[in-house]
Design a protein around this ligand. Structure first.
Ligand SMILES: [Zn+2]
Ligand SMILES: [Zn+2]
Length: 437
C-alpha cells in the first residue's frame, strides 16, 4: 500500500520542481509527531497567549515581538519591522531551494463570545473608535502552527537541505500587508523564494486537511455608483431628471453584462446589494447611490465585468439626459491561484499522511485572500486548509442540521490540540517534500 503510494508521489514529482528526493512520508510524519510531543505544551501556551492578546492590522506589535522571540529561540535569524509590523525569520541549512512559509498576524474588530477561559477582552482604537478585538479568523492558529513547523524543521534538519524564509505578514483582514512587505524590499533583502506555502484554518473537523490545485479564491471588487439627476415634485416629473428610474434601469441592465457578454462557462457575478436615495414618496431626489460587488476568477472576466459596469452606468445616464454618473470600482482581493504541480505534489503527500482526512476540493471558494499578492509577484505557491472544529462537536452539529461557528463569527473557537498538531504536521511535510535530502 505504502510502496504504491510512494511510487505515485514519485511519478507526480516528475515535473520541473522535482529536484527533491522522494519523501518517506510515514517516517517523517512519525518524526514530526515525536517533536510535537515535546513541543506541544509550548505551542499551546503560545496559542492561548496570542488568542488572549489579539491586535488589529498594522498594530500587531506585541504579536510580532512574541513571534520574533519564539523564532530566535528556534534558531532562526529574525528581522523585525519589515513592512511596518511584519517580520522575516531565516534559517539556512545547506544548498537547496529558498522556501517561504507565511503566517498572518492580525485579528478582527469584534467582541469575542466564545466563553473560553482564554477569550480575548482586548480593545484597540479602529477608525477613530475603540472596539473589542478578537482572533475570529484563526490567525492565532496559523501563528502557533508556523512556529511549530519551524521548530519541527529545525529538529529534523539532518533530513533536508535548503533555506527557510518564514514571514509574519501584517493586516491580512484590512489589506496592504503583502504590498508593504514587498515595498520594504522583502525579496531584495532576503531573496526571492522558489516557492511558498500557507495554511488557513476553517470550520472543517480538526485533523482534516484540504487542498485544491489552480484557482482557490475569487477576485473581489466593490462598486459604488452615484446617479445624479435633478430633484423636484413627484407630481411634476417632466421638470426633473429622475435618478430612481436611472438606478432601477441600471440594476436590471447591468445583469446583461453577466448573461450576454461574459462567456457562459466562466464564473462571474455582479450584485447590487444596496440602493440609497430619496426621502418621501412625493419627492424625486436629486441623487441615488448604488453599492455592489463584482466577483470573478479570471483577470479577463474581472476586466470585462468592470468595463460593463462603467459602460452601463454611463449609458443609463445618457439616456436620461443626466450628467455623467460617478462610478467607483475599488479593487479588492485578487484570486489566489495555487501552482497546479506543487499542489498535486503536496496533496499526494497529504493523502499518504492523513488518508481520508486529506480532502481534495474541486470547486474554488468565494472568499478572498491577500496572499494572492505574493503569487502575482511570481512565487509559485500552495495554499491549503486545515479544519479547526472539535470533531465530536462537528458530528453533533451535522446530526442536528446546524452550522458550526464559521470564521469571523464571535463564537469561532478552534480546538487547539488537534488543529495545531495537524497544521504543524502538514506544513512540515509540505516543506520537506520540496527539499533535497
Ligand atoms: Zn478572515
Ligand atoms: Zn483569515
Amino acid at each position: 500500500m505504502r510502496a504504491s503510494l510512494l511510487l505515485g508521489i514519485a511519478l507526480i514529482a516528475g515535473g520541473p520542481a522535482a529536484a527533491a528526493d522522494t519523501l518517506d512520508v510515514a517516517a517523517t510524519t512519525a518524526a514530526v509527531a515525536r517533536t510535537l510531543d515535546a513541543d506541544y505544551p509550548r505551542l499551546d501556551a503560545l496559542y492561548k497567549d496570542l488568542h488572549a492578546h489579539p491586535e488589529l492590522g498594522m498594530m500587531e506589535t506585541r504579536t510580532a515581538a512574541t513571534l520574533a522571540k519564539e523564532m530566535r529561540a528556534a534558531g532562526f535569524e529574525v528581522t523585525e519591522g519589515v513592512g511596518k509590523t511584519g517580520l522575516v525569520a531565516m534559517y539556512k541549512n545547506g544548498p537547496g531551494p529558498l522556501v517561504m512559509v507565511r503566517t498572518d498576524l492580525d485579528a478582527l474588530p469584534m467582541e469575542e463570545k466564545t466563553g473560553l477561559a482564554y477569550a480575548s477582552k482586548a480593545k484597540q482604537v479602529w477608525n477613530g473608535k475603540e472596539t473589542f478585538v478578537m482572533h475570529a479568523c484563526g490567525h492565532d492558529i496559523h501563528m502557533a502552527s508556523w512556529v511549530g513547523a519551524a521548530r519541527a524543521l529545525v529538529a529534523l534538519k539532518d533530513r533536508w537541505k535548503g533555506t527557510l524564509m518564514f514571514i509574519g505578514q501584517p493586516a491580512e483582514e484590512s489589506a496592504g500587508g503583502p504590498e508593504d512587505m514587498i515595498a520594504d524590499k522583502l525579496f531584495e533583502r532576503f531573496g526571492k523564494p522558489d516557492m511558498g506555502f500557507v495554511l488557513h484554518v476553517g470550520p472543517d473537523p480538526a485533523g482534516q486537511v484540504s487542498y485544491k490545485p489552480g484557482v482557490l479564491t475569487s477576485n473581489s471588487d466593490s462598486i459604488a455608483i452615484q446617479f445624479i439627476g435633478r430633484g423636484g415634485h413627484g407630481s411634476m416629473p417632466s421638470g426633473t431628471i429622475d435618478p430612481v428610474v436611472m438606478a432601477a434601469r441600471f440594476v436590471l441592465d447591468v445583469q446583461t453584462v453577466v448573461s450576454r457578454e461574459k462567456p457562459a462557462g466562466e464564473f462571474g457575478v455582479i450584485t447590487i446589494g444596496a440602493i440609497e436615495g430619496g426621502s418621501a414618496g412625493n419627492i424625486i431626489p436629486d441623487r441615488v447611490t448604488l453599492r455592489g460587488t463584482i466577483r470573478s476568477y479570471s483577470p479577463e472576466v474581472r476586466k470585462l465585468l468592470g468595463q460593463g459596469v462603467h459602460r452601463t452606468a454611463a449609458a443609463v445616464a445618457m439616456m436620461a439626459g443626466a450628467p455623467e454618473p460617478e462610478v467607483r470600482i475599488v479593487t479588492g482581493g485578487t484570486a489566489v491561484v495555487n501552482d497546479a504541480g506543487l499542489a498535486e505534489r503536496t496533496g499526494a503527500v497529504f493523502k499518504t499522511a492523513f488518508g481520508d482526512d486529506a480532502v481534495r476540493n474541486e470547486e474554488p471558494g468565494s472568499a478572498s485572500e491577500d496572499y494572492s499578492v505574493f503569487v502575482l509577484a511570481g512565487i509559485p505557491s500552495m495554499y491549503f486548509g486545515i479544519g479547526g472544529t472539535d470533531p465530536a462537536k462537528f458530528k453533533e452539529a451535522k446530526a442536528k442540521g446546524v452550522d458550526v461557528p464559521f470564521n469571523h463569527s464571535p463564537q469561532f473557537a478552534p480546538v487547539p490540540g488537534p488543529t495545531i498538531r495537524t497544521g504543524v504536521t502538514a506544513m512540515t511535510l509540505a516543506v520537506m517534500n520540496v527539499m533535497p535530502k
